[in-house]
Design a protein around this ligand. Structure first.
Ligand code: C6P
Length: 409
């Protein structure tokens, strides 16, 4: 892979920084920063509204990014690409809108390794709210869980049993804690065989590996721009057009309407029906630039580079005494995410002592409390890599972990 390190100004302004928190948010290359800046400096106006040249230019750039996203995930049409704030808003959109099609006792199949963003929106369809009374799924959908094994994989032994009565499978393609890569193509086939739809949470996978929605045959895919070198506040929901056509709007207001009377309104075409109000125009343009950058490096190359880091990292961790890394070994499909605990040391202390050495890791439950509970833990420290990380960064991390252990003995 070409040397991309100089493309990231954060490493110039923070010399010596070892950034190992890309699963939370990735650093930005100059090309992304410039794309947003240039847009504000040369082409800024609202989109889809003005008939003046500047607004048309802004609209062209915004819609150009939609086309870039479409190609990146190989969707059939830009009608299937909806810009949202991020993966969380994407899942809320689906739960709110597609969720209206669920009925009492319909089953939503999740997994025990889901991020809270792919749990809590579904709880709203299953549990009566003290304020609202009955849940929208006409009396309550049922949540069911695919178990996670000790080695951090989905336990699919009883998948046919688990799929009984299921209307929606909602699973992550890559765990933000275990790094496990799930075979969502297999799950899509299984789901479709029982007439269910499948939502893939691509928040962690889309930034790190090639993802093709037609190959996966998923019905819904969500991801966030900020985890893939793009700006914050922009993300994507992909929804198969035939499903989108059956869905009610998520939010209502300007831009998503065709015509408004005092007591009624009709909806704009796809995808605008699902983009109410002024969108994050600069964010979408920045995301387009991030995708261009990733494609220039090559998604396969990024994945291969991270596979080297996983193998190397797991080998280094394996010789550390009193340190446990969650998840599968290097022979399973997994990404360069290392959630770990150290005997006798609180993860927050690990994070603080590493920070003193200029090593940025995350400590906590990483918005995956049910998964931590499964492993009998409240929290872990987590180092997560991206294209700008190297084996030397892992060496520095390992030396840092030894220092943490020395501090606590
Ligand atoms: N995980 C992490 O540190 P948002 O916050 O909307 O961009 O993404 C939510 C989300 C959904 N699914 C998965 C698998 C995720 O990892 C995340 C975000 C971050 O692990 C922040 S908690």
């Amino acid at each position: 892979m070409k040397n991309i390190f100089p493309d990231f100004p954060i490493f110039k302004t923070n010399p010596g920084l070892i950034y190992l928190d890309s699963a939370a948010s990735a650093q930005k290359p100059q090309a992304v920063i410039d794309a947003e800046k240039n847009f504000y400096e040369t082409s800024y106006a609202n989109v889809h509204r003005g008939i003046y040249a500047l607004s048309e230019k802004a609209t062209e750039l915004y819609e150009g990014s939609r086309e870039t996203v479409r190609k990146f995930i190989n969707a059939k049409s830009t009608k299937e690409i909806i810009f949202v704030r991020g993966a969380t808003e994407g899942i809320n959109l689906i739960a709110h809108s597609f969720g209206q099609q669920l009925r009492k006792d319909d089953v939503i199949l999740l997994s025990e390794m889901e991020h809270h963003a792919n749990i809590v929106p579904w709880q709203a369809l299953a549990t009566p709210s003290p304020l609202r009374g009955a849940p929208p799924a006409a009396g309550g959908a049922v949540l069911r869980w695919i178990p996670v094994t000790e080695s951090g994989d989905l336990d699919l032994t009883n998948i046919d049993e688990l799929l009984k009565g299921v209307k929606l499978v909602a699973v992550t393609q890559m765990s933000n804690v275990l790094g496990t890569v799930n075979d969502v193509q297999f799950l899509a086939d299984k789901a479709h065989a029982v007439g269910a739809k499948i939502l893939v949470d691509g928040a962690q996978s889309v930034p790190h590996m090639p993802v093709d929605v037609q190959k996966l045959n998923c019905d819904f895919l969500v991801f966030s721009g900020h985890k893939m070198l793009g700006p914050t506040g922009i993300g994507v929901v992909y929804i198969k057009q035939e499903i989108l056509e059956t869905m009610e709007p998520y939010q209502r207001g300007g831009n998503m309407i065709l015509e408004v009377k005092k007591n009624s309104a009709t909806w704009n075409g796809l995808p605008y029906k699902f983009e109410a109000g002024t969108p994050n125009i600069a964010g979408a343009i920045g995301l387009g630039a991030a995708i261009d950058y990733l494609q220039d490096v090559g998604m396969e190359k990024i994945w291969e580079h991270e596979q080297d880091l996983v193998k190397y990292g797991l080998a280094q961790f394996s010789v550390l005494k009193g340190v446990r890394v969650l998840g599968a070994d290097a022979t399973s499909a997994r990404s360069a995410i290392f959630a770990f605990d150290i005997d006798g040391v609180h993860p927050h202390d690990i994070g603080s002592i590493l920070d003193q050495q200029n090593i940025a890791v995350r400590a906590g439950h990483h918005c995956a409390q049910p998964l931590h509970e499964k492993f009998g833990l409240v929290a872990t420290a987590r180092a997560s890599c991206y294209l700008y990380n190297t084996k030397e960064d892992i060496d520095v991390l390992v030396a840092g972990i030894k220092k943490v252990q020395e501090t606590f003995t």
